[in-house]
Design a protein around this ligand. Structure first.
Ligand SMILES: C[S@@+](CC[C@H](N)C(=O)[O-])C[C@H]1O[C@@H](n2cnc3c(N)ncnc32)[C@H](O)[C@@H]1O
Length: 308
């Protein structure tokens, strides 16, 4: 008898907890309850990397869907618009659709756009949504072309969250050149030992631009992103710093340059998250025996915000 009563009390407590969490979810801008909010607030992420699928190897520089999903749940709520101006294989849009967000993606290179389009079509079919119809905003969701031009077509204050990973100026050219010369002691080492290929030979591809030209282009893109981001909305860029030993100052602090470009456009620097990738990358010998370099087995997620 007393055991049954104890069970009933337990059930009542669980019900009360569910009601309390539902009440909390209604109050937050992202639909999270307090315990989910706390759980997602870690500054170093070491649990979002995943084994890459075949389509990811076609590209060579994709990020995991889990990483995207976490950012989407942190900085947006169901129905919000999530954007990726450098869509690649479609990871951001796929994560957004699965999390019941609306989404816009832009990709310049035909072969990546086709991979994204096919993967997104499968998700759209599975979820039975009208993603490829003109949206309620009268705008399209998937664009093939140069994001610096296409962003101009998107209306003001529309996007709650941008999640993206840009090319790293002409780093890929340097990596390819370096590998061709089989310079084994090189400090140019890329992610997961994946095959490194140029994204395209299109001059509008940010991966084909010198650092100066690239940063000017990033600033131009940031200005458009600022215009189309809702007041209070977020802008998350996943970037890795890298090393160019041919330069007098070898460390390229790319995440700071990206944050500065965002600040120039009007965003403020909101947070910085570290994506720890040690588990999925083996250590390589760098600079031995004359100069000690660390393996850069982490990326940064620069979080910028537009004031309310
Ligand atoms: C680092 S990758 C993004 C990968 C993506 N996050 C994924 O998970 O598949 C950068 C992408 O930007 C694209 N890109 C480069 N310049 C562009 C431009 N001007 N407009 C749109 N996309 C561009 C490249 O073709 C490449 O696919």
């Amino acid at each position: 008898m007393s055991i049954e009563l104890f069970g009933e009390n337990n059930d009542m407590r669980k019900d009360a907890d569910i009601v309390k969490k539902e009440e909390q979810r209604k109050k937050t801008f992202n639909g999270l309850c307090a315990s989910e909010w706390t759980e997602l607030s870690k500054s170093v992420w070491n649990d979002v990397s995943s084994t890459r699928k075949k389509k990811h190897l076609v590209h060579g520089a994709t990020y995991p869907e889990k990483l995207c999903d976490r950012l989407i749940r942190m900085y947006s709520k169901e129905g919000d618009v999530v954007l990726d101006p450098f869509l690649g294989t479609g990871t951001t849009v796929i994560a957004a659709i699965k999390a019941k967000r609306d989404a816009i993606g832009i990709e310049l290179t035909d072969r990546f756009f086709d991979v994204a389009n096919t993967s997104i079509s499968e998700i759209v079919d599975n979820n039975q949504i009208n993603f490829f119809e003109e949206s309620i905003y009268g705008e399209h969701r998937l664009y093939k072309g140069d994001c610096s031009e296409i962003l101009k077509r998107i209306s003001d204050d529309k996007v709650q969250l941008t999640v993206t990973s840009p090319p790293y100026a002409d780093l890929i050219h340097k990596v390819v050149e370096d590998r061709t010369m089989r310079h084994k002691k090189s400090a140019f080492v890329t992610e997961n030992n994946s095959t490194t290929n140029l994204y395209s030979d299109d001059p509008r591809d940010l991966g084909n631009m010198s650092m100066d030209k690239y940063l000017n282009k990033v600033k131009e893109i940031m200005r458009e992103l600022f215009r189309i981001t809702k007041p209070g909305g977020y802008n998350a860029w996943v970037v890795k710093d890298y090393r160019d030993t041919k330069n007098k100052i070898p460390y390229v602090d790319l995440h700071t340059k990206i944050a500065n470009a965002g600040e120039d456009a009007g965003f403020y620097y909101h947070d910085l998250i570290i994506w720890d990738q040690n588990q999925h990358r083996k250590l390589v010998l760098l600079g031995y025996p004359s100069v000690f370099y660390v393996n850069q087995n982490h990326s940064y997620i620069v979080i910028m915000r537009k004031s309310k």
